[in-house]
Design a protein around this ligand. Structure first.
Ligand code: SF4
Length: 374
């Protein structure tokens, strides 16, 4: 059913008014899903037009896109997309910032603690002293990454686990907003054996202090890059300091397609959003910014990789992760961050004249206004 934008808007206005928790009847669900597909097609058409303008666009085993020398492609992403998966290690439950795009926006002070001297790995808690035992019993992962909030809030705790995993030959990457990075702690991370450090440069709108920290990190850590959600604010601040950023000698820029959940959605209401395969909800402009940055990098021959960490890449990542766990054919952990379709949040996209539906048809009989749609 190639529902028209006008009909889609009428139905979504109606669905948005329904009492919370009320489930749609099967024919109404068909309409809702048809609208999501139409919006996804419209967004993908805009993305495809920009993709076609990126010279030298390359694919990593059909799983993700990038430009630049493959030797600079982040090993942590390679491990997650083609290795034994994304093995996340959680520890720090605090952050010193409150970014509008943060998945924990509005509840950054209420993140559950992992526990004193504990590391959460694969859903289980370990003391640092348990890590050699874990490595001896389990299949060694190709890579691990330290996730959760801002690790530099207590970076001294990280050196010993990093040393243990480094001795076992495990690739390790860590994310930071960079505001608490110093020459001393960056050197200590490098000496402990951290393989890759990723700066969320959008968290500070490309603050000079963080750009300086990227440069310092390059002296001590083998691979250093940026990983940040692509937003118009990042695009502007990046271009205001582009020369200094590229002069840091960084290896890659991972352009994350911003996705929204219950916590950060309020900061992007009114933007044109779409859902990817009924999963992540994203502003259409986020991947457009990625593709514009990739084009610029390719045309100007930046000496680094720019990687399209899109919703599709994450879709593939989840599929690959499940396959590594021995999941059945097609199994994936991909899904929506919302308990039901956020109809109201999708209305601006349906009102956006710059986002036309690719093809439209009249609604079939039984689905039209005035019909009883059950
Ligand atoms: S720096 Fe990272 S964890 Fe902290 S608020 Fe920003 S996105 Fe969230």
């Amino acid at each position: 059913m190639k529902i028209s934008k006008k009909d889609a808007l009428m139905w979504f206005r109606f669905f948005a008014e329904l009492p919370e928790g009320e489930t749609l009847l099967p024919h109404q669900q068909e309409i809702a899903f048809a609208v999501l597909t139409q919006l996804e097609d419209a967004a993908e058409a805009r993305h495809a037009a920009l993709e076609a303008q990126v010279p030298g666009l390359r694919s990593l085993d059909g799983r993700t896109l990038f430009v630049g020398d493959e030797g600079n492609f982040p090993q942590g992403c390679r491990s997650c997309l083609t290795g034994t998966g994304l093995s996340a290690v959680r520890r720090t439950n605090r952050c010193n910032l409150a970014c509008p795009f943060c998945y924990d926006y509005g509840c950054l002070d209420a993140q559950p603690p992992v526990g004193e001297d504990l590391w959460e790995i694969g859903g289980t808690k370990y003391r640092t002293a348990d890590l050699p035992m874990l490595l001896s019993v389990s299949r060694r992962p190709s890579g691990i990454c330290y996730v959760y909030l801002e690790p530099f809030m207590e970076i001294g705790l990280y050196y010993e686990p990093i040393r243990i995993f480094a001795e076992a030959g495990v690739h390790q990457h860590l994310y930071t907003n960079g505001t608490l990075a110093t020459e001393e702690n960056l050197r200590a991370l490098g000496e402990a054996g951290l393989s890759e450090l990723r700066f969320n440069l959008g968290a500070t709108n490309c603050a000079p202090k963080v750009i300086e920290a990227i440069k310092t990190a390059k002296r001590f850590i083998p691979r250093v890059g940026i990983e940040t959600p692509m937003t118009p604010a990042f695009w502007e601040s990046f271009h205001a300091r582009k020369r200094e950023i590229l002069a840091t000698g960084l290896d890659f820029i991972n352009c994350a397609e911003l996705h929204l959940g219950e916590n950060n959605l309020e900061n992007y209401l009114g933007e044109s959003l779409y859902m990817y395969r009924q999963g992540y909800l994203s502003p259409v402009w986020s991947r457009e910014i990625t593709l514009r940055l990739m084009r610029e990098a390719a045309e100007e021959n930046w000496p680094l990789v720019v990687h399209d960490c899109s919703n599709r890449t994450k879709f593939v990542r989840d599929l690959h992760g499940k396959a590594q766990e021995g999941g059945w054919f097609g199994a994936s952990s991909w899904g929506s961050e919302f308990s039901s379709i956020p109809y109201g949040a999708l209305i601006p996209a349906l009102e956006d004249d710059t986002l036309p539906f690719v093809t439209e048809e009249e609604l079939p009989e039984g689905y039209r206004p005035g019909d009883i749609v059950l």
